[in-house]
Design a protein around this ligand. Structure first.
Ligand code: COA
Length: 294
């Protein structure tokens, strides 16, 4: 092959994402209309610097993906974004394959993600299977009771990341201790609901997004505690529009969202690759931490 033909071939390179790439990363996030902020990218880099990737097409930044490692049983892939000018060139697939190779190299047994309908087309072909569906609900809640039992509610403290660990692992599948500690610091409200019987009945956060306030995660051992936390978080932001990702199986949370005037913005599907050995319990997940982290 002569030199001209060789250099005219498109070249795809996937490399580690660094802080210097965050302007591009956040611009491709904004183009997709997603709600994350620069703080989300910075957290991904802080928690798993070797698991954040950038794709270059002929030397031009073209796409991103991030991996979050919760432990040997479970890891998450998120922020799979390809610039609209470079779609259908195999970049999304290459980013996914790189994340999967990275996580398998770290000995992870199960990899999950929350797929948009567009992403699902890529993940199906890589062998990901569906676990359950969820929806993004959006709106400014109307008619919320907003008088949750205040005596049982208190602000999150740093030591709560350890105290809620078993409750969170029962809901999510594995411990998210490092992530919860980081998210709590970024939150505009972070609450714990105590219970005489079990110590801690639930916890919930809300944090700023680039489009709307993000409600989640909210994890609780009962619908009463979960919805009490939802109401308390909403009461602390009475004028805000919320984004709230709810597992479809959690009918108590879905009914609450519907009855209080929220609307479905888009469907998502939780998918997994490998053996789903720590499935968790969507009935205890009243709000995701975010599709990009689970
Ligand atoms: C989803 C997304 C990441 C796909 O990136 P991409 O680089 O275009 O995907 P690829 O070119 O690697 O596609 C791999 C395969 O997935 C399937 N696929 C991808 N996009 C598709 C589409 N729009 N229609 C039908 N099939 C599609 C095809 O089988 C494709 O292989 P092919 O082109 O050889 O037929 C990209 O469309 C995107 O950034 N969308 C907006 C953000 C988003 O939804 N991200 C997913 C989050 S879960």
């Amino acid at each position: 092959m002569n030199q001209y033909l060789e250099s005219s071939l498109p070249s795809l390179r996937v490399r580690t994402l660094t802080a210097a790439d965050l302007d591009f990363a956040d611009s491709v996030r904004a183009l997709a209309g997603w709600n994350q902020t620069r703080a989300d990218w910075e957290r991904f880099l802080a928690l798993e610097p070797g698991g954040c990737f950038l794709a270059e097409w002929n030397g031009t930044p073209a796409g991103t993906a991030t991996a979050t490692l919760y432990g040997p049983e479970l890891a998450w892939i998120g922020m799979v974004l390809v610039h609209p000018d470079f779609r259908r060139c195999g970049i999304g697939r290459a980013l996914l394959e790189r994340c999967v190779a990275y996580l398998r190299g770290r000995g992870v047994g199960c990899i999950k993600l929350d797929a948009t309908p567009a992403g699902r087309l890529v993940y199906d072909r890589l062998g990901f299977r569906s676990e359950w569906s969820l929806k993004r609900w959006v709106g400014r809640p109307v008619g919320a009771k907003l008088d949750a039992p205040k005596s049982k509610l208190r602000p999150w403290e740093e030591s709560d990341a350890a105290r809620v660990e078993s409750l969170d692992a029962a809901a999510f599948g594995v411990s998210r201790r490092a992530l919860l500690g980081a998210l709590a610091e970024e939150s505009t409200a972070a609450l714990v609901m105590e219970s005489a019987a079990s110590g801690i009945a639930g916890f919930g956060f809300a944090r700023a997004g680039s489009q709307a306030l993000y409600l989640g995660p909210v994890v609780a051992d009962s619908a009463q505690a979960g919805l009490g936390l939802v109401e308390a978080l909403i009461a602390r932001h009475p004028k805000e529009t919320f984004y709230w990702d709810i597992p479809d199986p959690n009918e108590a949370a879905v009914d609450w969202a519907r009855q209080h005037g929220l609307n479905v913005q888009r469907p998502l599907i939780r998918m997994f690759l490998g053996e789903n050995s720590a499935p968790g319990d969507p009935l205890r997940q009243f709000a995701l931490a975010g599709p990009e982290v689970g």
